[in-house]
Design a protein around this ligand. Structure first.
Ligand code: ZN
Length: 387
């Protein structure tokens, strides 16, 4: 039997212990649920990561496909003592549901599954609905949505637009839709100096002081002041380390980490060139040996306001009476992979407690979210593809 109640379905999903990259059995469960609604389901494994691609289609032909993307994996719950109720309990108390994934993002998965189910039963849909789920989003995300997209390409599955159910709302459900994301670039700075006694600094080269000087140069560089869709790009320093335990030793090496969140004024390669120039100049003027290594986690993207965001905004307005803000703020998500193939926007719950102990959301919001997704499916179905 299909669980029609999105709150009960969310509760059930929370009880699966699906810490990345494990799905804890949740995808098998989702598959059996969707089979009940005549979705044809493909559960496949990529490097020990389970992914699910499920399609429902009308009996006759269909013109277009709307896809919902989400993840069933969660970040580690941390110290169990910090949790009032068990991290995988799905406890419902005072109108809220508690547990890891309540916000990010098992409740949204339950909401779009139930929305699709109701829309299929109640409307005479002309469009096909795809639900794609992974258990590798919270980690490196190498074998999750990316693998699903490869699978879709290989199997020539048609998709026209995609909604990602990540928590995007800020204070109230419906106040924010994400239409893009900033890019993210991680850098590690290495500086080699010369070890020595702090009493004889003239005989040593202090890599800590060099790296601090370099970091302050990096930090003071004005990247840009933002544009119509994005705020300013920003570079933030996240650590400076030496492994030095003695206060009377100047260490021989120092390492620092930074991250750049950047808008569409830059690609990762532009930033790397820019930082290369700054470090070369710094090295030659200060006789330092600074070296920077990078890990890219995706360039920025934007799905310009229009067709997709209009339909979502109208659906949100109808259900909540709120006019959502179109935002590009916050962290990265799998939308960064999807945007290479189809227009994608993100909409979901209020994200205030995600990744925290006692993660929870209002049960009322899960029902509202289901209603918004359902209204979205109805509106999407009625609009022609070219609009
Ligand atoms: Zn998430």
């Amino acid at each position: 039997m299909f669980v029609n109640d999105p709150i009960l379905l969310a509760k059930k999903l929370i009880t699966f212990q699906s810490v990345t990259p494990e799905d804890g059995g949740s995808l098998e469960y989702v598959r059996s649920q969707l089979n009940n609604r005549k979705f044809s389901c493909n559960l496949f494994v990529e490097n020990n990561v389970k992914n699910l691609f499920a399609r429902w289609k009308p009996e006759k032909t269909y013109e277009k496909t709307i896809a919902f993307n989400g993840h069933v994996d969660v970040v580690h719950p941390g110290d169990p003592k910090q949790w009032k109720y068990g991290a995988f309990s799905g406890e419902i108390k005072s109108g809220r549901i508690f547990g890891r994934g309540a916000v990010d993002m098992k409740s949204a998965v339950a909401a779009f599954m139930c929305a699709a189910s109701e829309a299929i039963l109640e409307y005479d849909l002309k469009s096909s609905i795809v639900i794609m789920l992974t258990s590798d989003e919270e980690g490196k995300a190498e074998f999750g949505t990316r693998a699903i997209l490869d699978w879709i390409k290989k199997n020539k599955e048609q998709i026209n637009h995609c909604i990602v159910g990540e928590p995007t709302s800020s204070d109230k459900l419906g106040d924010t839709i994400k239409i893009g994301r900033r890019g993210s670039l991680n850098g590690t700075v290495y500086c080699i100096g010369k070890q020595g006694h702090v009493a004889y600094p003239e005989k040593a080269i202090n890599p800590v002081e060099k790296i601090i000087e370099f970091l302050s140069k990096l930090k003071s560089y004005q990247l840009d002041s933002g544009n119509d869709f994005f705020g300013p790009s920003s570079l933030n320093i996240s650590s400076v380390e030496t492994n030095n335990l003695s206060s009377n030793v100047i260490p021989g090496e120092c390492e620092a980490k930074f991250n750049v969140r950047y808008n569409d004024n830059y690609k990762a390669s532009d930033l790397k060139n820019l930082i290369k120039n700054i470090s070369q100049e710094f090295n030659s003027s200060s006789k330092s040996k600074i070296r920077v290594e990078y890990r890219e986690s995706g360039d920025s993207f934007i799905t310009k306001p229009g067709h997709l965001s209009n339909i979502m905004s109208e659906s949100i307005k109808k259900i909540t009476k709120l006019t959502p803000k179109l935002s590009t703020g916050g962290g990265t998500s799998d939308a960064r992979f999807i945007q290479k193939f189809y227009p994608v926007i993100e909409f979901g719950l209020v994200g205030d407690t995600m990744h925290q102990a006692n993660e929870n959301t209002k049960t009322k919001d899960i029902v509202l979210l289901k209603n918004i997704y359902k209204e979205f499916i109805r509106n999407y179905d009625q609009q022609s593809l070219n609009e």
